[in-house]
Design a protein around this ligand. Sequence first.
Ligand code: GLA
Length: 368
Amino acid sequence: MNEGVWAAPGRVNLIGEHTDYNDGFVMPFALPHTVVATASRRDDGLLRLHSSDVGGGAVELRIGDLAPGRGPGHWTDYPAGVVWALRDAGHPVGGADFHFESTVPTGAGLSSSAALEVVTALALDDLYGLGLERWRTARLCQRAENVYVGAPTGIMDQTASACCTEGHALHLDTRDLSQRQIPLDLAAHGLELLVVDTQVKHAHSDGEYGKRRAGCEAGAAALGVPALRDVPYEDLDAALARLEDEEVRRLVRHIVTENHRVERVVAHLEAGEVRAVGPVLTEGHASLRDDFRISCPELDLVVDTGLAAGAVGARMTGGGFGGSAIVLTDVSASATIRKSVREAFAGEGFGEPRIFTAIPSAGARRLA
Ligand code: GLA
């Protein structure tokens, strides 16, 4: 194949936050918002990248020159990193022309970078006949982000973009990448999930994400387990009693209770008790705010205002320090909640949030 058009979605995470680099459980679903790539092969060893969403012309890179740490710290690092990761893993990838168009909000905690990575990998997979399995595509994209871009993120976002299916949330075990597609038809239960993008921009390479990750690894080491996933919920109190560092204790408590919350949400969904998911989301927010300490005033305001206006549950979603919150609500209360959140933001002098309804959508795919 010489050319084509591919799409990869952003994601929202229903529950399971910061568990993915602790070998734990997550439950994202794909958004209808995608990065679309129109791509073709070229035989001169050049990678030409162009986007209609950012200023500036096309960027041309020689694929043989790509190396970690050499990127300009620009959006092009993500697709260039994918080319590097594929070639570094021994896949016979040559040059290509890429034109990208995105409807995934950037810096909103909705995985616009993972969508960009996955659409690049999918296009190259088809253009060069690599025959990659989806989970492997996700791993290679994560490597691009960790090693080439330099952000120490887990595997959730790339797997969500590569593997989600329409109408389902993805119950993913991040240790072995085993997956279950869990049907998620909120409308059938008179419910709706709002995404509230606070428009407060976050950045993973800023250091706080890495600090949380290091703290979790210190906790696992102190407890003598490979990862915090290996601390059973039933043993949490005993584990906490063995930890001296107060900060590490808080991080461990979040991860162990959050893994348990994922299991509770799966059980509720499988039993058809969709409303019962709400309070679990709200508990998750308290844990991220008080134990993991990655919320911010805007995210807390969405959650508090949403709940006060009748939401069934609410929490921040994604990496934290800005980005988006999710609010689970009866369809009948949705308009009131949207209005209350907008008014609360205006009242605090915060910028206007962007609010939309999240529909579980398809994962990455070839369009043409
Ligand atoms: C970011 C990272 C993910 C995950 C989440 C938090 O989205 O890219 O790997 O750690 O934060 O759950």
